[in-house]
Design a protein around this ligand. Structure first.
Ligand code: COA
Ligand code: MG
Length: 289
C-alpha cells in the first residue's frame, strides 16, 4: 500500500469530507480523535462510516480512520461503526507498544467477520511515539506483525504526556527527546519491515517550509508524510517521488551491477559503490520495497 501522503480530514466536517474527494493524497485519514470534540464523536463515527461505504470504490485514495486511543473508552464504539467494506486501515494513536497493534488486530478479526470482509483486510498504522511508555517499548516492533502497514510519529502528545511546556528549545529547534522519537520511528519501522511516515507540518500556509521538511525527512528514510491541509498534498507527493535525475542515476547503478553479476563492489563515476548502493538504487526504481 502506497502511503506517501496521508491527509487528515476531521470526520465531523461535511465540508472537509467533500473537499477531500478531490484530493490526490495516497490515503485519507478520517479523524475521530483529536480533531473531533467529545460531543461530536458519535456523529463523526456515522459520517466516517458513511463516507467509507459510499466512496471507497470510486476513490483512488486508501481510506483510513484514526480511532480514539484503546484506553479511552471510545475505541470499541469507533471500530464497531467504521469497520465496513472499503476500509483500508486504522490509524492507532497513543500506542504503548506493538502489543496494542496485536490487540487491535483481534478486534478487527471479529469486526471484519461481521462485515463480511476477508480477514486481514484492514491494515494498522500506529502513531508510535505519543506516550512515554511507547518510547521505552520501541523494540517491540519486529518483523511480521499482522496488519502493520507503516509507522508514524508525533511530538505533541508526547510532550503533553511528560508535562513539558513545549517540545522545542528556546531557539525553536525540536528538543532532543523529539529528535530521538523521530529517529526511533525510523528504526522501529525498518525493524518491522514497514514504511516510516513523517509527522505533520503544522504551519499549513508555509509551503516552502513543508518542502524543506519533506526533503529532510526523505533523506533520513521516511517514505511519506502526514498532511493536515489539502494544499500540502501535492508538495508532499512531489517531495517523496524520486526525481528524473535520481531515477537515471539509480538505473545506471542497477545496470552496472547487472553487467558484472559477480561483482559485490564497483568503481562508479570514480567512487566505490557496493551492495547497499544497489539496494538503495533498486528501491528508487521501485524494484524492491
Ligand atoms: N481536509 C479536507 N478539506 C480541508 C482540510 C482537510 N484537512 N483542511 C481544510 N480543508 C478545506 C476547507 O474546508 C476549505 O474548503 P472550502 O473551500 O470548501 O471552504 C478549504 O480546504 C480551504 O481551507 P482553509 O480555509 O485554507 O483552512 P481552514 O481554516 O478551513 O482549516 C484547519 C484549517 C487546520 C482547521 C484544517 O486544515 C483542518 O481541519 N486540518 C485537519 C486537522 C486535523 O485533522 N487534525 C488532526 C490531526 S493532527
Ligand atoms: Mg494527537
Amino acid at each position: 500500500m502506497k502511503l506517501r501522503s496521508m491527509l487528515f480530514v476531521p470526520a465531523d466536517s461535511e465540508r472537509k469530507l467533500d473537499k477531500a474527494l478531490g484530493s490526490r493524497a495516497d490515503a485519507l485519514i478520517l479523524d475521530l480523535e483529536d480533531a473531533v470534540a467529545p460531543a461530536r464523536k458519535p456523529a463523526a463515527r456515522e459520517a466516517a462510516a458513511a463516507f467509507v461505504a459510499a466512496q471507497a470504490k470510486a476513490l483512488p485514495a486508501s481510506l483510513f480512520v484514526r480511532i480514539n486511543p484503546l484506553d479511552s473508552g471510545l475505541a470499541l464504539d469507533d471500530l464497531a461503526a467504521v469497520v465496513v467494506p472499503g476500509l483500508a486501515g486504522i490509524m492507532l494513536p497513543k500506542t504503548t507498544s506493538a502489543e496494542d497493534v496485536r490487540r487491535l488486530g483481534l478486534y478487527l478479526d471479529a469486526l471484519e467477520s461481521r462485515a463480511g470482509m476477508a480477514r486481514g483486510t484492514v491494515h494498522v498504522v500506529p502513531v508510535a511515539t505519543e506516550t512515554a511508555q511507547a518510547m521505552l517499548t520501541m523494540a517491540s516492533f519486529v518483523p511480521g506483525i499482522p496488519r502493520l502497514a507503516a509507522l508514524t510519529w508525533g511530538a505533541e502528545d508526547l510532550s503533553a504526556a511528560l508535562g513539558a511546556i513545549s517540545n522545542r528549545e528556546a531557539d525553536g529547534s525540536l528538543s532532543p527527546l523529539y529528535v530521538f522519537a523521530n529517529s526511533m520511528c525510523l528504526c522501529a519501522a525498518a525493524a518491522a519491515g514497514v514504511d516510516a511516515i513523517d509527522t505533520l507540518h503544522a504551519d499549513f500556509r508555509d509551503g516552502d517550509g513543508l518542502a524543506a521538511a519533506c526533503a529532510v525527512a526523505r533523506r533520513r528514510g521516511f517514505r511519506g508524510k502526514i498532511a493536515i491541509h489539502p494544499d500540502q498534498v501535492d508538495i508532499i507527493n512531489e517531495a517523496f517521488t524520486p526525481s528524473e535525475a535520481e531515477i537515471a542515476a539509480a538505473r545506471r547503478i542497477v545496470d552496472a551491477f547487472a553487467a558484472q553479476p559477480q561483482a559485490g563492489t564497483l568503481s562508479f563515476d570514480g567512487v566505490m559503490v557496493d551492495l547497499p548502493h544497489l539496494k538503495q538504487a533498486r528501491r528508487t526504481l521501485g524494484l524492491d520495497d
